[in-house]
Design a protein around this ligand. Structure first.
Ligand code: SF4
Length: 399
């Protein structure tokens, strides 16, 4: 049995209705419980609970400090490749987008890694589009092994694989795997993913379990807010996290809360979650899951991030680039343009990153909102009275 069976049996429409119809008193009751059910979570993300944001924030902050101390961990995404065989309507790397693409060599990956290490990062998330030719397992294993010799914590956000395909990556030193379902609404999922292996909803939904069987000890999940109704998505993420906590109990679970950002293809969000609702959602996740890591990326603007850090967030990216070679300009020589998956003569793309300073002109996945450097963000964390943590894990600790 996998999460798919449990997911199919969830009474999701009832839970969403319950959330929309709940009263402030019922939401207050749920928020005070020491241990919450999915029905309580539905109350916490209700419009009525919006009136309880202050007490919910206080409780969320208290729980986070109790479980994680006054610390915020930092990580950096390192994009290996923006080649992709999938068409996801909301993503700049979609196969059919005419963008500038490149796959970094292992040497170029290490140039990027050392630039990030010089900024202080010891926790790196390797990101790549799904393309078996450019981003083969052998290539990924080589990248992980090279990185792991210098970086203690290496995670992956790449196309889903079979358990047996994951094992060499774990052996090479990867300890974390991040896979967002994007949307848990089957009909919207089907509409958003028009071509490529990503069309298979269930296969993606079972990915964290396959990764766990292969030995990954950090599992990251999440929905991309802006596709289906946010309350529906949040309920599904909560159910998924609850399942993983029960069934993959040796792993640390993290939940990300990405909202759609502008990208090549100019996709417009189908739904909206306001800043205030995002704050409510962070608090609701914390109250439901006191020990789960909550992740916030540079997709969100600086001011909102600064306000959210003390409320329940435990892991953040900073100073991010979403184009391969973005930190050093590595890989510039090999950039090519693709149209409908085929390489064509290089030309201008309105989404190409300008070639100023160290920037490469491969196209980024999305436009980030918080453009501060990692150092600026770390100093801000200190000003808030928190400790920025660059390294909190070493394989030696697990032996
Ligand atoms: S979301 Fe992932 S799979 Fe889809 S186009 Fe972008 S990189 Fe490819």
């Amino acid at each position: 049995m996998s999460f798919v069976s449990e997911f199919n049996a969830l009474a999701l429409p009832t839970l969403v209705e319950r959330s929309l119809a709940t009263s402030v008193a019922a939401a207050r009751e749920s928020s005070a419980r020491p241990s919450l059910t999915l029905a309580d979570f539905a109350q916490l993300i209700s419009p009525a609970a919006g009136e309880l944001l202050e007490p919910m924030s206080r409780r969320s902050q208290m729980l986070t400090r109790q479980r994680f101390g006054k610390t915020i961990r930092l990580f950096a995404p390192l994009y290996l490749s923006n080649e992709c065989i999938n068409n996801c309507k909301y993503c700049g790397f979609s196969r059919d987008n005419a963008i500038l693409r490149v796959t970094l060599s292992v040497d170029e990956v290490m140039r990027e890694t050392r630039a990030l290490a010089a900024q202080g990062f010891r926790n790196i998330l390797l990101v790549a589009g799904e393309h078996p030719k450019f981003v083969s397992n052998g290539y990924l294993a080589e990248c992980v092994a090279a990185l792991h010799a210098e970086i203690p914590s290496v995670s992956l956000e790449v196309g889903p694989m079979e358990t047996e395909e994951y094992r060499p990556l774990v052996a090479a030193g990867a300890d974390g795997l991040v896979v967002y379902q994007e949307t848990y609404d089957r009909a919207i999922y089907d509409d958003m993913h028009t071509a490529g292996p990503k069309k298979n909803f269930d296969w993606r939904l079972e990915t964290p379990e396959r990764a766990y069987s292969a030995g990954f000890r950090r599992l990251g999940i999440g929905a991309l807010y802006g596709l289906a109704d946010w309350r529906y998505e949040a309920l599904c993420v909560a159910a998924h996290a609850d399942y993983l906590l029960r069934n993959c109990w040796k792993a640390q679970i993290t939940i990300s809360l990405p909202r759609l950002r502008p990208c090549a293809g100019e996709f417009e969000p189908l739904t909206h979650i306001s800043d205030r609702e995002l704050v409510q959602l962070v608090c609701a996740f914390r109250l439901m899951f006191p020990d789960v890591g909550l992740v916030l990326s540079t997709r969100e603007p600086a001011k909102l991030r600064d306000g959210l850090f003390p409320l329940g967030i435990t892991l953040i990216s900073a100073g991010s680039h979403t184009e391969p070679g973005g930190y050093t300009g590595a890989g510039k020589e090999n950039i090519h343009q693709t149209v409908r998956g085929r390489i064509v003569e290089a030309g201008a793309s309105e989404w190409a990153t300008p070639t100023t300073g160290h920037a490469t002109n491969a196209t980024g996945q999305l436009n980030i909102a918080d453009e501060r450097s990692a150092d600026e963000v770390a100093k801000l964390i200190q000003r808030l009275g928190y400790e920025p943590v660059w390294k909190d894990w070493d394989t030696a600790l697990s032996i």
